[in-house]
Design a protein around this ligand. Structure first.
Ligand SMILES: Nc1ncnc2c1ncn2[C@@H]1O[C@H](COP(=O)(O)OP(=O)(O)O)[C@@H](O)[C@H]1O
Ligand SMILES: [Mg+2]
Length: 293
């Protein structure tokens, strides 16, 4: 059972770090268990905390192929699983005019007319595969039934072809921003991992890893201000992606410390709504935030 990518929780942490992903103990532990048990991993949390990146990093460090199903409103079986290549089927029928319909039908429902979409691609892959089902909460409820079926026994039935069973089940990662509740049935099938904004220490490490050349004290200030902003009642809290962008911006501006002016001039990198910028402008006690130690 399991994909067998990792030998221990520490092995997960070390390998992911090598690929530029810094995992908290909770993340590393759950990834290890998903790998061991061969269970899909459901990762929930706000936007920009590294859910998608985690799946990519697991693929990278395990030498797996990454197959990604990006969910969206209205995605259906034809886009997620497979569909028949109607244009090609039609061409084939027109080309073989003198054969009987029976013959033609056997031909056009063969493998070469099948368009494999991500779920089928991942199931039928012979190489190690990470299946990323990204932003599952954006898909309609009905798609969850399909996911359950596929993730349940890692097999897919194509009526014209028969049942295709994974010889090598993929390491499946489902992500969700929790814009709606996923079904109990789907949750039950998966190992659950909630990723929240990282604590200050982890976020500082992420900044220093992603923005080499940044001064340690500046990285520290950035992370503190971000934490203070996250404690405010904003429409959109800054994510890790924004922390990194901000650190990069400050480096580009040649700022060596944070002061009121620098913060005001660069805050648009961090906050993306005018009312949030106004709130931060009025409520952020910069000196207090930077002094606290
Ligand atoms: N633990 C982490 N280690 C390294 N980088 C991270 C981490 N968490 C977030 N990031 C950074 O944040 C960015 C956004 O992450 P992403 O996976 O796109 O977020 P999500 O899918 O949760 O919305 C990534 O490109 C990555 O650079
Ligand atoms: Mg994402």
């Amino acid at each position: 059972m399991g994909t067998g990518f990792f030998t221990s929780v520490d092995d997960v942490s070390a390998k992911l770090a090598g690929a530029g992903y810094l995992a908290s103990t909770a993340v590393a532990t759950t990834v290890f268990l998903a790998d061991r048990l061969g269970k899909p991993l459901l990762v929930e949390g706000p936007a920009g905390v590294g859910k998608t990146e985690l799946a990519k990093a697991v693929a990278q460090v395990s030498g797996s192929r990454l197959v990604r199903l990006q969910c969206y409103e209205g995605i259906d079986e034809a886009r997620a699983l497979y569909e028949w290549n109607h244009a090609k089927q039609l061409l084939r029928i027109t080309a073989g005019r003198d054969e009987t319909w029976e013959q033609a039908r056997t031909d056009i429902f063969g493998e070469e007319f099948l368009l494999r979409r991500p779920l089928l691609t991942a199931i039928s892959s012979a190489e190690p595969t990470v299946l990323l089902i990204d932003e599952t909460d954006k898909a309609d409820m009905e798609v969850e039934g399909l996911l359950l079926e596929v993730l349940g026994d890692f097999q897919v039935t194509v009526p014209e072809l028969g049942t295709i069973t994974a010889t090598r089940p993929p390491f499946a990662v489902l992500t969700s921003n929790a814009t709606r509740e996923l079904s109990e049935a789907l949750r039950r099938r998966c190992l659950f991992l909630h990723i929240d904004f990282p604590d200050e220490e982890l976020e500082r490490d992420i900044v220093r890893l992603k923005v080499p050349g940044i001064d340690a004290a500046l990285a520290d200030s950035v992370v503190r201000v971000i934490a203070a902003l996250r404690a405010m009642d904003l429409r959109k809290l800054p994510s890790v992606a924004e922390t990194i962008d901000w650190a990069r911006t400050l480096l580009a501006l040649g700022a060596s410390t944070l002061d009121e002016r620098v913060v005001r001039e660069s805050l648009g990198v961090v906050l993306k709504h005018q009312d949030d910028i106004a709130k931060a402008g009025a409520g952020l006690q910069l000196e207090q935030v930077l002094d606290a130690s």
